[in-house]
Design a protein around this ligand. Structure first.
Ligand code: SF4
Length: 373
């Protein structure tokens, strides 16, 4: 292996430039206001595979509902999933909940403080453990996410795109990250390097002219990331069945209406147990019956969802039963673990409040990573 040893003067200069840039240029994000390990843990899990703008909104609501690890541990899973709605990758929410219960039951509610101990918890890998330990407790451990890997590979001129390097390249990046880590401010240093990758050393158009590491960088924009694979398209159709709720047992006048929802079987690997609108038998809905068309991205697929309004008496004839069905009061639906698509359709139909992240617009999020268990 090549000698990747940096001399101390170069490391000092890099630390100063990077931390100086971070002090003036970092985004004001709510998880940066806190040193609470639980709050940092929640943010790190949410930020995996979800856009920062979406996380900002959901993070604050999630912490209002579950302000402590114990509050999260005591909550029913369905409620945790409901609060996770719109973030996608629901497995993360299940694992976070499971880990909170583990800490509450087995560790007397004390979240471990070191990266090594944190890794024992369900759903916490090396990256998350190092992030929590360095940011919340100042442990001297480097955090290497995709952003950090891209920055360091570009600084050193290592080809991260070909994947030929594999495990050897990963070890090299980890070793360099550990070598340059600021021992006095490891949490800030880790966040600064991640922030640089997220806002300056961008995958396709790195902003090298404003980069604090330009003097250290051997590639300066020549290493670009390969374009994303093309998104596939698929058409599906859903039924929106709504009825007055005044006669329903337990309904109050303010509830107004009930919507027919179907629970995805718990054996499924994708969004098990979550509630969604029934599927129409025919994916091609006649134009005159169409209520709306919604585009919804899941992984590498853009779903073009045609939503049709279906009356109660026609539901059985027009839809395919895929799981347990229930007429649910809208007030209850708002607190239920709905799929992101279902919540989006109900919000666009003005049956549920619109999410504040702007995801209801015509151009829905293209980014992969929405709504996957
Ligand atoms: S100089 Fe350009 S390529 Fe190098 S680290 Fe900075 S932004 Fe990335």
């Amino acid at each position: 292996m090549a000698d990747d040893h940096w001399d101390p003067g170069r490391i000092d200069a890099l630390r100063q430039r990077l931390l100086g840039w971070y002090a003036t240029s970092r985004r004001d994000l709510p998880w940066r206001w806190s040193r609470d390990p639980y709050a940092i843990w929640v943010s790190e899990i949410m930020l995996q595979q979800t856009r920062v703008a979406v996380v900002v909104e959901r993070y604050q609501a999630f912490l209002q509902r579950f302000p402590t690890l114990l509050a999260l541990a005591l909550a029913p899973e369905q409620e945790v999933l409901a609060m996770w709605s719109g973030l996608g990758y629901y497995r993360r929410a299940r694992m976070l909940h499971k880990a909170a219960r583990f800490v509450a039951d087995r560790l007397k509610g004390n979240l471990p403080a070191t990266a090594e101990e944190l890794r024992v918890l369900p759903g916490i890998g090396a990256y998350t453990a190092s992030a929590i330990a360095s940011i919340a407790h100042g442990e001297r451990v480097a955090v290497v996410d995709g952003n950090v890997e891209r920055v360091l590979c570009r600084v050193e001129g290592w080809d991260a795109e070909s994947r030929k390097g594999g495990a050897a390249l990963k070890r090299r990046v980890d070793a360099l990250a550990a070598q340059i880590l600021d021992p006095l401010r490891p949490g800030d240093f880790n966040q600064a390097l991640m922030e640089l990758g997220a806002t300056v050393c961008l995958p396709r158009k790195p902003l090298c002219l404003t980069c604090p590491l330009a003097a250290d960088c051997t590639t300066r924009g020549e290493h670009k990331t390969a374009p994303r694979p093309r998104m596939l398209s698929r058409e599906i159709a859903r039924a929106l069945c709504v009825r007055k709720a005044f006669d329903a047992p337990g309904a109050q006048k303010k509830d107004g209406a009930e919507v027919l929802l179907e629970r995805r079987p718990v054996e499924l690997t994708v969004m098990p147990g979550m509630w969604e609108l029934p599927a129409l038998r025919e994916a091609t809905v006649p134009e005159r019956e169409l209520l709306m068309t919604v585009r919804h991205a899941i992984m590498q697929v853009n779903y073009y969802v045609r939503v049709c309004s279906v009356g109660e008496k026609d539901v059985d004839a027009l839809t395919v039963v895929g799981g347990e069905r229930r007429w649910m009061l809208l007030a209850e639906a708002a607190q239920t673990a709905l799929t992101g698509l279902t919540r989006k359709v109900l919000a666009r139909a003005h049956l549920l409040p619109a999410p504040l992240d702007g995801s209801l617009g015509g151009a829905l999020a293209r980014r992969p990573g929405k709504d996957v268990a």
